[in-house]
Design a protein around this ligand. Structure first.
Ligand code: SR1
Ligand code: MG
Length: 394
């Protein structure tokens, strides 16, 4: 039949055709699309006894429409990433009930009982004791298993080949890792940031350091990444009296530098912290970068004895983790900067009233530049914290 764009009214028939729903049972469907790229529908039995989510990739960027075409094959990358995570961290992703490559549609667990982490944080909530620890573990488990430490050489070469994702990587190479530093129609910012946006475009040192990170993103195939691990790609809540953390939306997945995943998370927790600080709110924001790094490092070290290639020794592990740390710091800086003067801004800052938004954005932009330019000297979470405290004191 070929690829068809599913509308709300098509979902009951689609789920029945695909064998996900009994023909005799009713289904109520609503569209809940929220991210920049795709459509999502929730389908539920009227009595609430059963529900599923259907996510379909459109042949364009959803928020831009047909003027920004995008290959819907990106859903293949998402399905592949979920399959890899399901091997090593099934408790940290939604259950996947099926993937339909013809329609680029995933049928998956309905997570509407959970909340998007960014939404909760914007509403003033704290992180919860385990959120960042689980994110650090998630990155370690996925990256170790799909690195040359966790996967035999030939199998990994096949994974690298299967995971090549030129269009989605190009989005990141453009909107995160170059456009904010040049004149580009995608860029926009609050008018009171004109001076900093111009200063960043003229900053040759910053540009060279971003170029270095961009080249790392383009060439370093350390492990399979989520590829877009921001706080809008994480859902949290409670089920059966236990905290639940679920990572979703890995459509930007490809084999790249591990620091890109950690760095994206860190950028987003730091921006969230800037919001909380601007509002004079308390909370546990300041601990999250450290907690996720410690959990990542501990889990990676725990997995190390199981490595498939023991030519890589303990001393190399230390060196490797140092490199991941430094690159994560740099990528965090680039994500912060693009979220303020580039494309796809964050509601953490944009929903602050102007008198709070401008100083918070300025301080956060300066933090972003510091993370990029001085990443080699920022050796641990405490060094980043010290810098944040010093810029706030100015
Ligand atoms: C055109 S896509 C813009 C952004 O949305 C996604 O969530 C990624 O972060 C991407 O950079
Ligand atoms: Mg997304």
């Amino acid at each position: 039949m070929g690829y068809r764009i599913l509308e709300t009214d098509d979902i009951p028939g689609y789920l029945r055709e695909r064998g996900h729903w009994d023909a005799t049972c009713d289904i109520a469907v609503r569209e809940v699309s929220d991210g920049n790229m795709n459509r999502v529908f929730l389908a539920a039995a009227p009595d609430g006894s059963r529900s599923l989510a259907v996510k379909q990739a459109l042949p364009w960027v959803r928020v831009a429409g047909p003027s920004w075409p995008m290959n819907p094959d990106r859903a293949d990358a998402e399905a592949r990433a979920y399959a890899q995570v399901a091997r090593v961290a099934p408790d940290k992703i939604p259950a996947i009930h099926g993937y339909d490559p013809e329609n680029h549609a995933l049928v998956m667990e309905d997570m509407s009982d959970l909340e998007v982490l960014r939404t909760l944080l914007n509403d003033g909530a704290s992180y919860g004791p385990d959120t960042s620890r689980r994110i650090g573990e998630f990155v370690a488990q996925l990256s170790f298993a799909t690195s040359d430490f966790g996967m035999a050489s030939a199998e990994r070469k096949a994974l690298i080949a299967a995971s090549v994702s030129p269009e989605l990587c190009k989005i990141t190479e453009d909107v995160v890792l170059s456009e904010p530093y040049i004149e580009h129609e995608h860029n926009h910012w609050h008018p009171e940031l004109d001076d900093l946006a111009a200063e960043f475009r003229a900053d040759t040192r910053l540009r060279t350091e971003v170029a270095d990170l961009r080249h790392t993103f383009m060439t370093s195939g350390q492990a399979l990444l989520h590829g877009d691990l921001h706080t809008g790609s994480i859902m949290v809540g409670r089920r059966d009296d236990a905290d639940v953390v679920r990572v979703f939306d890995p459509e930007f997945s490809f084999v790249g530098p591990i620091g890109y995943d950690l760095g994206l998370y860190w950028a987003n927790v730091l921006v969230s912290e800037a919001r909380a600080h601007a509002l004079g709110a308390g909370g546990d924001h300041a601990a999250q970068l450290r907690l996720s790094w410690e959990a990542f490092e501990a889990e990676f070290r725990r997995l190390w004895p199981s490595r498939v290639d023991t030519f890589f020794d303990e001393a190399y592990l230390d060196r490797f983790l140092d490199r991941v740390w430094t690159e994560s710091v740099g990528f965090a800086g680039t994500e912060i900067i693009r979220r303020i003067i580039g494309f796809a801004h964050l509601t953490d800052l944009t929903t602050l009233p102007d008198p709070l938004q401008v100083p918070a954005s300025r301080q956060t932009l300066l933090l972003g530049r510091e993370l990029v330019v001085h990443r080699a000297e920022l050796g641990d979470p405490e060094a980043i914290r010290t810098w944040i405290e010093s810029i706030r004191a100015c």
